[in-house]
Each structure stands twice: as structure tokens, then as C-alpha cells.
Design a protein around this ligand. Structure first.
Ligand SMILES: C[S@@+](CC[C@H](N)C(=O)[O-])C[C@H]1O[C@@H](n2cnc3c(N)ncnc32)[C@H](O)[C@@H]1O
Ligand SMILES: [Zn+2]
Length: 1012
């Protein structure tokens, strides 16, 4: 499908096509890849998958052969704009043809099944790529295959991609000795700049936060410059640090007399039971499981010792779930094993408040060991020597604190962000400083490692290359960060995998009652060497070529001069999704103690200019739009008038989207395309968003500029033309998305690109009265057009006018939810986590068919439905709107007393689990059916087709076959073709496995038998 757009410069592939389904598949698969992946260099939040970045960059850097061929007809060299850019189409067309032919002949075995038929045809000479459309397809195939992680370090792929990038650069006006420059002003963990380098561009990365700057420096500057030498030096100094650490710390992690090595110590924070006359020490444990591994499963049993005011523990092995008692803490309230009293959450908090969260005086309840001669993990109770080692570690830390003379405290005493900060819960329990998150032994270990890295840095000054010395020290420091993530009282023992998870297995800092403490010397090669291995694997897999630069800067004040780059490709913060700066301080406080130059005299990471929505900091929507607008203006300033911009955005709320688009339009961008790429969104923002979208949308844009770089102000659009074009664009785009598997909410947001293309190409759009149309007003029309288009697609019928509003709304609603419900079924681990903190930052999981109110309202409006006026199908509550389930509609469908008249039960209470209440309502429905319409007549048919269908579904569900027959046949309901058509549509829309789906199928199954 071709996007029509302003065509003053050659179109890029991404402006005409992109194999999003194939790229998405690679992006999803990348989630499970660890070894050598940049994400293992250091934690950073909301990273983009490299697969998506690589594909999007290639498709932006490489022109579309079809469009370029049209340009070729205008000559060998075509000056454009004010003549400063000269297009040389053949440079790319010839190289691309040559490269793709060579690829087919030499590398056919490296391409995927999807691509191979095309490449076989090329190899056999059946396809000579003379047709530019064939060349386009071959390039897109190549891009799709190159997105595969396995091909990202393949020499042939790399060489081909780089040759194409260089040819494209020269064809589009670049000087032969130079490379295209890709700028990312919100660089974060560095996926985009890394991929830019990989595909043969230069990269300029900046971020407000010093940690991303450090990470990007590693990838863009240190690795390309020092390559293997860097790895060798890091390895060498890593060994030195390990030896020194062993000398200082081994005594605090004693081995067992039988030679077994403790790998982890399991601790529980404790409270004193407030039950009358009890006062026992209660260890807070979310679960008593230690190992969940088939026949090798191990759990604990608590043995109450009321007389001693404490509990003991016993092991039970080879256990099943039924054998294991629940933990002692639930939603923050602690139940005493001695007296059974539950100390409420408020008191639990109160008790911890004066003890800084209670990590310091937690109870050691288990030691996990490994043995030299046997596989697996072993569990034993703590012994005196374990406890003594902890005590001496604590004294040693105290001694060092006293001896510490530097300005910067030994253990980080910088303050945690204020209570109420998004994602943070620990302040409620008295943890005030970053250092409070660590036990004394963990602090001792981390401060030792940090000092040793600093000392290594001093010794490294003897290297004649100070740049290399800096690089080595940086990588060693990143290894300390890795350790901090694991040596923390918020690191969880993972019974499924029998290891300690890092703190940031989640993107938040909730409270954790029981935690796992690693032994620095616990594995064969030790935790420290393990950390270095992960980091060095990244050095091995990153490109050792190319030129890049990383710098600390706010995107609102970019350091590069005007028009200095051909590409801006960036992934800005998503509205209110992640509090990067606050989270990053966890590592910031350690890094500044490890590398003296790091963060240069900053107390904590900079937050003032951080472009997010965070009400507690007074950053509202207006702040976000203003900052993002400024950042987008800077990006446009830096980009040359002939350049291309890519902005990635993902948010489940219409408010988030509208804010981002407003900022981009205000800043003078024309949107020329948009590609949803299905990634791990659902997962990566899980901690903050309960119903996150599956896709991130890549908005393709061009600066709305004159050739001299000034903003084009004179192109005025006519509102009527815009409104006429909008539905056409959506009509072209939706089926294309569906073809690629993009449906539901993902598709709705992915339509914003084409819709905005219609609007944003003008400096402004005016009504005949001269009134300027605001983006807000336009978007109302966009949502309406999208809803209408989706509806006609759902019903496979362009004319949906015959459908009543409640049916339209129901169908559209289910379709919208369709994509996200399937995307959120992963990760049971996290579900377990929810119990660790009574009110984790997550909103309560919303059951049923729930949408954000504003999105729902807009969808409904497009269908001519007012949500507030549809109480029989929709329930609105705060910022959520819920489509009522069929069970919830029983009362409405069968008369107001349907539930109570027969059963005598009152309708379900709010908190009752959905399953149970459904059952009750069905019983009620069945009884109601018996009582009210007995065996003689069916229910009074509802007023709309949807109501009647739902009535039939309830009759089916209640096993009232006869009544259903009478209802459909005698009442004549089944004679209405709309009834069956709606049933057909809804069976495709109700989620697989849902009751509704079963019931509607049940009704459909009777159709033939009843003679319809
Ligand atoms: C979505 S993340 C980028 C993630 C990155 N693409 C990756 O794959 O790792 C957004 C980044 O914007 C940064 N940021 C927020 N406000 C900023 C500002 N005003 N200037 C520059 N960077 C900012 C945050 O620190 C964060 O790293
Ligand atoms: Zn008690």
C-alpha cells in the first residue's frame, strides 16, 4: 500500500511499505535473548527491541526503488530544494540491484522461508529485478530477515546493509567520504544508536540522564575504538578486583565445614505480633516455597513456639501445592503462626517505620547451598557461624564508616524520591535513603567493590591511553551496578528458577517482605566474574566499527547545529509510563561512588527537565506537551529539510497520544506514515499499566520546512477537503493492518499516522469561516472515522447503518479489546509478585471488558452512541468504562426481579469473584426463567437485536432448550436475519474460552435444527 505524501524529496522505503508482521515476530522473539544483548550491559527501562530499530532504520535510510526510478527519469543528477541537495538515483538503484542479485546467488541459504521464493526467482534469472517493484520487495525481504537477532552479527548481512546505506547516502546527496548521521535525543539504553552504527550510519546519542550517556558511550565510542583490547583489559582488571575482594570479604561468607558453598541466604523481615498477650516475632513471608521443581520441590513448614514467642522452621521435600501452607503476609497484613492474630497493614508499617524497613534486623530462615560433587541446590537451616558472619560484616561496615573521611558517604545517604512517586512504595516502611535498601553485609560488599573499581581506575592511569583507561573503569563500574541490582533487600528468591532475581525484574520499587541475599563467592566463578561475563558478551556482539558520540543534554536544548543530521530517530518517554530519573538513582548513587567523574558533582540524577507526566512533581499534561514540543522543535532544527524523522510512541490512553501528536504538530512536523510494531510493550510497562498495548507505533515524519530550513507557514488546508480525504485514508489503511495481524486497539492507534498525514501537511487547516481547526477537533473526527471503518470491517459490510447502536458498540468494543487481551496473558511470575506488597503501584486488575473511558467515549461517539446514555450495555466508573457481560445484563433482559424473586438472593456483591457471581446470576436466570415464563411461554423479547440475542444466549446457558426454541420460533425472533448476522459477528469477537463465546456458539448451533 502506498502512502501519498508530499514528494519534494525521494521517498524512503518506510514511507511506502514495511513487513511489520515479520519484524514484529523477530522483535517478540528477541525478548528471550540474553547472551550478548545490549540489555545485559545495564538495566534501563522501556528498551526498544533491536529488531524493530534495525528494520526501521534500514527502511528509513534506504530510498524506495519505485519512487527513485521515477526520479531517475529526470536525470543523473537532480538538484532539489534550493539546489544544495543533489539526488543521484542510479547510485542507489545500481548498487541495490547488484547487491540483491549477489545476495540471491551467494546467500540464499541465509534467508527465511518467506523470502526464499523471491530470491530463488532472482537466482534463476526469472526475476532480474529490472522492475523497481521487485527490487523494493527484495529489499523489504532483506530487511525482514536482517531483523532476526541471529543475523545481526552475520558478516554478509552487515556488509550488504552497510553498502546499501552508503549507496543510499550518496544517492540522496551525501558526500562520498561521509556517512549519514542518525540523531537520537532520547537515547536511553541505546538501542537506536547501536543499530544505526550497525547498519553503517554514524550516531549521535544524548539523554538527560547520565546513565544512558555512559551506556551509549560504551557502545558508540569505547567498543568501536578499543574492541578486543578493551575486553582484554577488563578481564585482567576484573581478576585483580576479584582477588582483592576475596582477601577482604571471604570471611564474611564462610563455606560450610563439609565443603558446600552457600549461594544465597534467605531472609524475612519481621514484626512483633500485636495479638492480645502474644508479642511473638512474626517473619513476613509471601510464600513458603523454596524450590518448585517436580520431584525436587522443597518448601518450609512453620513450627510455632508460642512459649518462646517465635517460630521455627522445618523442611518438607517432594511436596505438592496442597502440602504447602500459605505465607504469613497478605496485602501487607501479617498473620501470627503462634496465636493466629492478624496484625493489620497500618501497624505493620508503623513497626517498620522506625527500623528503616527492617532489613537490618530481618530473620535468616534458610541457607541455599551447592555441593561440589552433586548437582542442584540444597536447603538447610541457618547455623551459628552464618549468623556470626553477618554480625562481623555489620561491625566491619561500622568500622569502615567511622574511618571513612571522604565527602561522599560510604553507604549512599542520598534521599529516596518523595512518598507517592510513581512505582515507589518502600518509603511507606521507613526506608528514606538509598542506602536503606541494603543489608549491612550487602553494603559492605558493594562499597568494597566500588572502592576497588575506583582503585583500579587510579592504577589504570598508568596506561598511556587515558581513553582506554576510562573505558575499562566504566565497564568495571557497570559490573558493580549489576551486583547492586542483585545485592539488595528488594531482590527476590525465585523458587521456580532457584535463584535470586534482580530488583528490577520489575520496573518499580515495591516492598518485598522476604528476600534473597547472594553470596559474592557463591558460584564456581563468583557473582562478580559472572557480571563481567555478561558485560563482555555485549562487547563481543556490538559493532566494532563506525563513529558515534554520546553526550549529556536535554532534548529541549540540543547541542548539534542547525540542519546537521539527515535522520532523527527517537523513542521519547511515553507520557506517564516510566519515572526514569527516579528509578535510575538506584544505580546513580553507586556509579558516582565507583567512577569519580561520573555525574560530576550531581547529588542525584537530573529531574527538572525530564519530559514525563508525574503529578507529584507538578508535571501535568501541559508540562508534557510544552517540553515535548520544545524537544520536537529542537529535533526539527537539527534535521536537514530533506531529512527523515522517526518517533516511536506507545500509550494506551487517548490523552497520551493526543499530547504527543499535539507537540509534534506544533513543532512543525508532517507525519507521513505510521507502523505499529508488536513488541514486548505488554511486558515492559507491566508494572505501571494494567492493560498496556501490544504495539509501539513508529511515526514517520518530515520537517514542514522550506529548503532553507525555515518553517513553511503558507500552506492552508480546506477543512472540507481534509474531512473528505480522512475516511478514504482510513479505509485504505485498516485492511492493510489487519493483513499484518494488527487489530483492535493497536489498529486504532496505528491509524493516527495516516490520519495525521492528511492534517499535518498543512501549516494550518481552516474552515470556510476562516476559523482554524484545532488538533483536538480533528482528532474527534479521526476517532469517528476509525470506528466506522473498523465496524464495517467487523461486519464485512460497508453499510452498518441497519445495526442498532448497542450492537455496534458491543462489536466495536470487543474488537478493540481483542488484541490487548491476548497480549497480556504472559508472565505468571509477576502475578505472584502482587502479593509482596499490599497495594503495589498497579491499578487493581480490571476484570471483564474494560476500556479507558476517554477512548471508549470517542469510539462510541464515532458510532453515534453516548456512553452515559447506554446504561443497559455499559457501566462507567471514574476513568474506566466497562461493557457489561451477558451475566450482568440478566436482570435488565429478564425483568427487574429476575435475580431476587426466585432465589431470594440479593444481586452479587461488588467484591465477589467474577466466576462465582456469574454462576449465581445464571442460577438466578434459570430460576427466573422457570418462575416467570415457566414452561408455557418464553421471555418477553427485548427491544433490540442485541438484547434478544443475549436473551437467547442466557436461555442456552441455563439449559432452557425448550424455552429457547419457543423464543426463537414461536415469538418469531429467529426470523430476523439481523439476529443471526449479529450472532455470527459476535462469535468472532468474544474472546476464545469466554462464556459468551460458548453461549453464542450454542445458539448458533441450534440455527439449522430450528429451521432457520
Ligand atoms: C523510552 S526511553 C528511551 C529508551 C531507548 N530507546 C532504549 O531502547 O533503551 C526515553 C528516554 O528519555 C529520557 N529523557 C526524558 N526526558 C528527557 C529530556 N528532557 N531530554 C533528554 N532525554 C530525556 C529518559 O531518561 C529515557 O532514557
Ligand atoms: Zn501472635
Amino acid at each position: 500500500m502506498t502512502l501519498t505524501m508530499h514528494n519534494e524529496y525521494p521517498k524512503r522505503l518506510i514511507e511506502v511499505d514495511l513487513p511489520i508482521a515479520r519484524i514484529s515476530a523477530h522483535a517478540r522473539r528477541e525478548k528471550s535473548i540474553r547472551h550478548g544483548h545490549i540489555s545485559t550491559l545495564h538495566i534501563w527501562w522501556a528498551r526498544r527491541p533491536l529488531a524493530a530499530c534495525r528494520a526501521v532504520l534500514c527502511a528509513s535510510l534506504w530510498p524506495d526503488p519505485v519512487d527513485l526510478t521515477a526520479w531517475a527519469e529526470r536525470g543523473e543528477e537532480i538538484p532539489v530544494g534550493d539546489g544544495s541537495v543533489v539526488i543521484r538515483p542510479k547510485r542507489f538503484l545500481d548498487t541495490a540491484r547488484e547487491r540483491m542479485m549477489a545476495w540471491a546467488n551467494l546467500h540464499l541459504k541465509k534467508v527465511s522461508l518467506e523470502s526464499s521464493s523471491r530470491f530463488v526467482a532472482i537466482q534463476k534469472g526469472v526475476n532480474t529485478l529490472a522492475d523497481p517493484l521487485d527490487l523494493r520487495r527484495a529489499l523489504l525481504d532483506f530487511i525482514a530477515d536482517f531483523a532476526n537477532w541471529d543475523n545481526s552479527t552475520d558478516k554478509d548481512y552487515l556488509e550488504t546493509a552497510r553498502a546499501l546505506t552508503q549507496a543510499a547516502h550518496e544517492a540522496l546527496g551525501g558526500e562520498p567520504e561521509t556517512h549519514p548521521l542518525v540523531v537520537d535525543p532520547f537515547a536511553g539504553g541505546g538501542s537506536i544508536p547501536l543499530e544505526a552504527l550497525r547498519v553503517g550510519a554514524d550516531a549521535f546519542a544524548s539523554d538527560l540522564n547520565p546513565i544512558p550517556v555512559l551506556l551509549n558511550k560504551v557502545v558508540l565510542e569505547y567498543i568501536p575504538k578499543y574492541g578486543q583490547r578493551l575486553a582484554d583489559e577488563v578481564r585482567k582488571w576484573g581478576v585483580w578486583i576479584k582477588q582483592e575482594a576475596e582477601k577482604e570479604l571471604a570471611e564474611f561468607y564462610p563455606k560450610d565445614p563439609d565443603g558446600s558453598t552457600p549461594i544465597a541466604y534467605l531472609w524475612a523481615r519481621t514484626i512483633k505480633c500485636e495479638g492480645p498477650g502474644c508479642g511473638a516475632e512474626v517473619p513476613l513471608m509471601r510464600s513458603l516455597w523454596l524450590a518448585k521443581k517436580g520431584t525436587r520441590s522443597v518448601a518450609l513448614r512453620i513450627v510455632p513456639k508460642p512459649a518462646d514467642k517465635r517460630v521455627d522452621f522445618e523442611f518438607i521435600s517432594n511436596v505438592k501445592a496442597v502440602d504447602v501452607a500459605p505465607g504469613t503476609v497478605k496485602r501487607g497484613s501479617a498473620t501470627c503462626p503462634c496465636c493466629g492474630y492478624t496484625t493489620p497493614v497500618a501497624s505493620v508499617r508503623q513497626q517498620f517505620r522506625s527500623r528503616k524497613g527492617g532489613a537490618d534486623d530481618a530473620r535468616l530462615f534458610c541457607v541455599v547451598t551447592t555441593r561440589l560433587s552433586e548437582q542442584g541446590r540444597f536447603y538447610r537451616l541457618p547455623r551459628d557461624r552464618d549468623i556470626e558472619a553477618v554480625g562481623s560484616a555489620k561491625s566491619e561496615l561500622e568500622r569502615r564508616k567511622k574511618a571513612h573521611k571522604l565527602d561522599l558517604s560510604l553507604v549512599p545517604n542520598e534521599l529516596l524520591p518523595p512518598q507517592g512517586t510513581l512505582g515507589f512504595r518502600v518509603q511507606l516502611y521507613g526506608m528514606e535513603k538509598w542506602g536503606d535498601l541494603f543489608t549491612p553485609r550487602q553494603s559492605l560488599t558493594l562499597t568494597t567493590l566500588a572502592r576497588l573499581v575506583d582503585q583500579a581506575g587510579c592504577k589504570l592511569q598508568e596506561l598511556e591511553d587515558t581513553g582506554l583507561a576510562e573505558a575499562v573503569q566504566t565497564l568495571l563500574a557497570l559490573a558493580v551496578s549489576r551486583c547492586a541490582n542483585q545485592f539488595c533487600s528488594l531482590s527476590k528468591w525465585n523458587a521456580g528458577r532457584e535463584l535470586v532475581d534482580g530488583v528490577f525484574a520489575r520496573q518499580a520499587l515495591p516492598m518485598l517482605w522476604d528476600f534473597g541475599e547472594l553470596n559474592l563467592f557463591g558460584r564456581t566463578d563468583g557473582v562478580w566474574s559472572g557480571a563481567l561475563d555478561w558485560i563482555l558478551a555485549v562487547v563481543g556482539s556490538c559493532p566494532h566499527t563506525g563513529e558515534g558520540q554520546a553526550t549529556l543534554a536535554s532534548a529541549t536544548n540540543h547541542p548539534l547545529p542547525d540542519d546537521s543530521a539527515q535522520y532523527v530517530c527517537t523513542d521519547p518517554p511515553y507520557y506517564d509510563a516510566v519515572p526514569y530519573a527516579d528509578l535510575s538513582d538506584f544505580f546513580f548513587v553507586w556509579l558516582k561512588r565507583t567512577i569519580p567523574m561520573f555525574g560530576k558533582a550531581m547529588e542525584l540524577s537530573p529531574k527538572d527537565e525530564e519530559c514525563i507526566v508525574d503529578e507529584i512533581k507538578g508535571k501535568d499534561r501541559a508540562y508534557f506537551v510544552a517540553t515535548m514540543r520544545q524537544a520536537m522543535m529542537e529535533a526539527r532544527r537539527v534535521l536537514s529539510p530533506s531529512g527523515v524523522g522517526i518517533v516511536v510512541f506507545a500509550h494506551k490512553s487517548t490523552a497520551g497520544w493526543e499530547a504527543q501528536l499535539q507537540a509534534m504538530i506544533d513543532a512543525g512536523w508532517i507525519i507521513t506514515g505510521s507502523w505499529p510494531i508488536d513488541t514486548e510493550m505488554g511486558n515492559r510497562l507491566r508494572a505501571m499499566e494494567s492493560a498496556a498495548l501490544a504495539s509501539s507505533v513508529h511515526l514517520v515524519c518530515r520537517p514542514r520546512e522550506n529548503p532553507d530550513g525555515s518553517l513553511r507557514e503558507t500552506k492552508i488546508g480546506d477543512w472540507r477537503d481534509v474531512l473528505a480525504e480522512l475516511p478514504q485514508r482510513i479505509h485504505e489503511w485498516m485492511p492493510r493492518l489487519a493483513e499484518e495481524g494488527v487489530v483492535g486497539a493497536d489498529a486504532i492507534f496505528a491509524c493516527l499516522g495516516p490520519a495525521l498525514e492528511v492534517f499535518s501537511r498543512y501549516s494550518r487547516v481552516e474552515k470556510s469561516s476562516g476559523e482554524v481547526v484545532t488538533l483536538g477537533e480533528y482528532l474527534e473526527h479521526v476517532w469517528a472515522a476509525v470506528s466506522k471503518e473498523a465496524l464495517s470491517m467487523i461486519f464485512k459490510d460497508p453499510d452498518t447503518a441497519g445495526l442498532e447502536p448497542d450492537a455496534r458498540l458491543t462489536a466495536m468494543w470487543l474488537w478493540t479489546l481483542g488484541a490487548s487481551s491476548s497480549a497480556s496473558s504472559d508472565d505468571s511470575e509477576e502475578a505472584e509478585d502482587e502479593d509482596t506488597d499490599e497495594e503495589s503501584s498497579k491499578p487493581a486488575k480490571v476484570s471483564g471488558f474494560t476500556l479507558e473511558f476517554d477512548a471508549a467515549r470517542k469510539i462510541a461517539q464515532g458510532l453515534g452512541v453516548h456512553l452515559e446514555k447506554s446504561p443497559s450495555v455499559v457501566e462507567v466508573k471514574g476513568d474506566k468504562a466497562k461493557l457489561l457481560s451477558v451475566a450482568e445484563r440478566v436482570k435488565y433482559l429478564f425483568g427487574k426481579d429476575a435475580e431476587t424473586t426466585v432465589t431470594g438472593k440479593t444481586p452479587r456483591k461488588k467484591k465477589e469473584p467474577a466466576q462465582q457471581s456469574l454462576f449465581a446470576e445464571l442460577q438466578a436466570a434459570e430460576s427466573a426463567a422457570q418462575a416467570e415464563w415457566g414452561d408455557v411461554k418464553g421471555p418477553k423479547p427485548g427491544t433490540t437485536v442485541l438484547d434478544r440475542l443475549h436473551q437467547a444466549m442466557v436461555l442456552f446457558a441455563a439449559g432452557r432448550g425448550e424455552a429457547m426454541k419457543r423464543f426463537l420460533v414461536e415469538e418469531g425472533i429467529g426470523n430476523d436475519a439481523r439476529f443471526w448476522k449479529l450472532a455470527q459477528s459476535l462469535t468472532a469477537l468474544y474472546p476464545g474460552g469466554s462464556d459468551e463465546k460458548r453461549w453464542v456458539d450454542g445458539v448458533l448451533a441450534r440455527k439449522k435444527g430450528l429451521g432457520f
